[in-house]
Ligand binder design. Sequence first.
Ligand code: 26V
Length: 745
Amino acid sequence: MNRDKLLWKLQNIEGKGKTAVELYHEISSACVNEILSEKQKAPARCAYYFSVEYLMGRMFFNNLLALGILDEAREIFAAKGFDLNVFEEVEDAALGNGGLGRLAACYLDSAANLGYPLYGFGIRYKYGLFKQKFVGGEQVEEADDWLKVWGDPWSVRRSDEKIEVNFADMTVTAVPYDMPIYGRSVNILRLFQAEGSAEAEKISEYLYPADDCEEGKLLRIRQEYFFSAAAVGQLVQKYVKKYGKNFEHFPEFHVFQLNDTHAVFAVAEFLRLLTKEYRLTFPQAVEVAKKTFNYTNHTILPEALECWDIKLVEKILPEIAQILTRLHIFAGREWNICGYPKPEIAEMSIVRGGKFSMANVAVYISGHVNGVAEIHTKILEERLFAAAYRHFPEKFLNVTNGVTQRRWLLLCNEELAKFYDERLGTAWRDDLSLIRNINCGDAETLSAFSTIKAEKKRQLAAYIEKKEGVKLLPDAIYIAQVKRLHEYKRQFMTALAILRIYFDLKAGKLPDFTPTVFIFGAKAAGSYKRAKEIILFLNKIAERIANDEDVNARLQVVFVQNYDVSYAEKIVAGSDVSLQVSTAGFEASGTGNMKLMMNGAVTVGTMDGANIEIVEEAGKENNYIFGASVEEINALENTYDPITFAEEHPRIKRVTDTLTDGTFEDADGKLKDLASSLFKQTYNRADHYYVLYDLLPLVDALLKVNEEYKDKTLFTKKQLENATHSAFFSSDRAIQTYAEKIWGI
Ligand code: 26V
C-alpha cells in the first residue's frame, strides 16, 4: 500500500459543500481502492472461514488505523474544518448476534495482520441485529436498516462473480460483496446477497429470523445452504478451472473452517458437486471432504445445537437430504466394521429421531474439532461428543478464543496504547506478549495507569450521559456486565445481588460502602420472553434505586440501550470490574471477559469458560472468583431444591420475594414468571441455572471488591496486573494456533 499516495488523495478531497455522507464515501472509497490496487501474490494454500455471522462493527476508524493513517487523516480533515469524529454516527455493520460473530471479525483482523491467507464467507443481510430501545423499561426492537443512510463504501459488489444457488422451488443468484481486510496481507470477507425474485431476496434480508415456526425454519435452512453452496460452488469451480477434475489435490490448496454448525450444508454441497458433477465415487468424495473440513463448536446448550427435520430439508433441498442420508449410512457402516458399540454409534449418528444432527455431520467429516476454551473442550470430549472422542481422540483440540488488540486496545483505548509505547517502544503492538514487561509495582507506572482509567471512566460517563440522558455517579466503581441476555449468563443473579446490596445499604448495614455503578448492556432475542423479563426487572431496579434518596448517591444501575460493538468499545475501556458470572459449564468461552481484562478491569466471575484461563494468567489474587464449580454443579443436580434453599437463607428470600410481593408494579405478571423460573418446573427445572445457589457468594465477592477498592494503589495494581497479563487472549495467538495446528497455512 502506498501510504503517501493515499494521504495525498485524502488531501485532495474537497471538503466544502459536501455532506458528511458524501465525505464518508469519498474517504472510504479512496482507502478501498488503494488497498485493492495492491498486487497480491496468490498463496498456494488458503483457509476459508464459513460463518453465518460477522459482527464487524464500525469499519471506518478501524480501517484507517490498520492503514496507519488515522492520525494524519484526522489532521488533514481538521485543517479543512471537518471533524472525522462525525463518523461516530456511522452505523455498525452488525451482521451477527454476539460472541460467535464478533469472534469471526477478530479472527479476520488477526489473520490479515499476521499475513495468513484467510478468507471469510457469509451473508450480506439487509437488516443486521435489531436496534434496541427501552419503553417503560421493556425492550422494543427496530429493524437495523444499516445501509440506508451511510451505505457500505467498504465493500465492492462483484457482479462478475455471481453464482446461482438452486432450491427445489427456486433458483437464487448469490452476488458477492467483497470487503477487503487490510494487514500484512490483504484478505477478503465475501458476503453474498440473494437476488433474483422477491422470494429470493428474502434469504438475505434478516439476520436470524425467528425459527420457532415452519416458515422460519425453512428460511433458516435456505440461508445456511445459500451461502455455503455459493462459497463451495465458487471454490470448486475455480479449482477445476486451474487444476482440472482430479480432486485429490483439492485439500492441498483449501482448508475450510466451519464456525459452528451453521454452514454444515457446505459438507453436503461439496459431496454433491464432487459426486454428481465431477463423477467421483461417494467414498472418494468423502475422503476429500475429510481432508478439507474442520469444525469449531461454540456452545453446549441443547437448544442451540442444530438438528433439521429430514422432511423439511427434503422439501427444499431433496438432493442434499439424499446426500446427508447417504452419509449417515456410509458413516454407520464404517463404525460397524470397526465394531463400535451400538449405543455409541447411535450417539454419533447423522440421522437421529427423524432429524439430521448437523453437529454429528461436522464431527464425522472434520479433520479437527475444537472447543473455544480449555474447560469447554473438555466438556465436548467428556460429554457432548464423548463417543466420537473415544474413537477419534486425535481429532479433538482446544483453541481458546482471543480478541484483536487493534480494536479492543489500540482503537478503543489510545491512552493505554500510548502508556505502553512510552514504556516499551512500539514493538508490543505486533507482539502483545511484550506488555508483560511493564513493572506493576512501580509507583509512577501505577499512578499513570490510574490516571488513564479515570479518564476512560470520564469518557464513558460522558457517552452514557449523551446516549441515555443519565449522569453516572462520579468517583464510583464502574462494574460492567455486557453480553447477550441469557438465563445462563445470569444477569438475573446480578439483579438479585444488587437488590440485596440495596436493602443492606438502606438498613445502614454497609456504612463504608464505596459508591458503585452497575452498567448493563444486552440484547434479548425477540422471542426470548424470559430474557426480556430480566431486562424489565433490571430497569425497574435501576428506577427504584435512582428514586431512593437514601441510597442514590452510593448505588446506581444503568442499562444502556442498543449495546453494540461501538458501545462495547467505550464500556470495556471505562470499567473497573468485569462481571462474568455464568453457571459453571455453560459459557463456552466468553470474549467480553478478555476485552475488559485487556483494558485493566478485574474479573468477578465463576470458574467457567475462559475465566479460568484469565485467572491462570493474571493470578487468582488479582481477581474475584466465586460460586460453584462444574463438579459441584454436577454433584448438585439431583439434590438441589431452590425452595428449601431460599427458605434456609432469609437473605435470599427477602430479595426473591420482591418478584411477587408488589415491591414492583407487575400488572402483566412478568416478574412473577421470573419467580417461577426459580421455584417451579417450567421449560427447565426450577432454578436450572443455580441463580440462588451462587447468589450470596456473588454478593460477598462484590462487597469484597467494594472494600478493596478503597486501597487505590492496591486495586490499581490488580487492574494493571490484569491488563499486562492479557496477551494470551489476543486473537493473534488464537489465529497462530489455528494456522499451525489446524490449517497448515
Ligand atoms: C444460540 C442460540 C440459538 C437459539 C436458542 C438459544 C441459543 C443460545 C445460545 C446460542 C449461542 C450461539 C453460539 C455462540 O454465539 N456462542 C458463543 O461463542 C463465543 C465465541 O466462541 C463464546 O465466547 C461464547 O461463550 C459462546 O456463547
